[in-house]
Design a protein around this ligand. Structure first.
Ligand code: PEP
Length: 249
């Protein structure tokens, strides 16, 4: 059975007080069989971790650097994260690709280094609107995966969760239809299967991300290759996030 996951990406939102408040709200929610994760600002990871000490909600990082330590001003290392008990990180979010020039080469370095350091990763990928409009979305996704995670040997895959996030659906209010999500998730699972076989591909959780809301979550999560969601905007509202978590139960 694949893990069902709902992960909230808070991005650069919430100051310390808001972080504490939202976590206190989330703690009141009934946790289901779903693995629930939140990714607050790196500045507040330790606070979040302490507040959630007795909770099944996992605190994860939004990003990590690809080197162990050194002169990389402003960056956070795997060891720093592990030192405060964080063992999962997003890698390759489209906003990191677009605003911080993270290309496939850097992302592969990050993935390798993080997993070699004992971390789990949620690897994000997805096409732009122009790719979908020109019917190149499958080719673009295939190449994003072939240049990164599909280069790894099969041992790495027990530490990899994937998140398909069509860029045109992130923060835009526009959501891929449940059919579009399923079609791409199935395609991705087939790509993994071709490289590593069904035993590996059947176990990989593939999340959908892009304007998931309480109103569309049940339909998206009902699809057989959609194992959960990576949630941006709606994860900042405790009641919405809770509804989305329950939609995946
Ligand atoms: C995201 O940033 O990963 C995301 C899916 O954002 P939103 O839910 O706001 O579209």
């Amino acid at each position: 059975m694949r893990k069902k996951i709902v992960a909230g990406n808070w991005k650069m939102n919430n100051d310390l007080d808001q972080t504490i408040l939202l976590i206190e709200e989330l703690k009141k929610n009934q946790i289901t069989k779903v693995n629930v994760m939140i990714a607050p600002s790196s500045l507040f990871l330790k606070t979040a971790k302490d507040l959630l000490e007795d909770s099944p909600i996992e605190v994860i990082s939004q990003n990590v650097h690809q080197k162990s330590n050194g002169a990389y001003t402003g960056e956070v290392s795997c060891d720093m994260l592990k030192n405060i008990g964080i063992s999962t990180t997003l890698i390759g979010h489209s906003e990191r690709r677009a605003h911080f020039n993270e290309n496939d080469f850097v992302l592969l370095e990050k993935v390798k280094f993080a997993i070699d350091s004992g971390m789990n990763i949620i690897f994000c990928f997805g096409e732009q609107l122009k790719d979908r409009k020109s019917n190149k979305h499958f080719d673009v996704v295939k190449s994003q995966l072939e240049n990164t995670v599909l280069k790894l040997n099969s041992d790495f895959w027990k530490n990899i969760i994937l998140a398909y996030e069509p860029v045109w659906a992130i923060g835009t209010g526009e959501t891929a239809s449940a059919e579009q999500a399923q079609e791409m998730h199935e395609f991705v699972r087939n790509c993994i299967s071709k490289s590593y076989g069904d035993i590996v591909s059947d176990k990989v959780s593939i999340l959908y991300g892009g304007s998931v809301k309480p109103s569309n979550a049940i339909e998206i999560f009902s699809k057989k290759d959609v194992d959960g969601g990576l949630i941006g905007g709606a994860s900042l509202v405790a009641s919405d996030f809770d509804e989305i978590v329950k939609a995946n139960s």
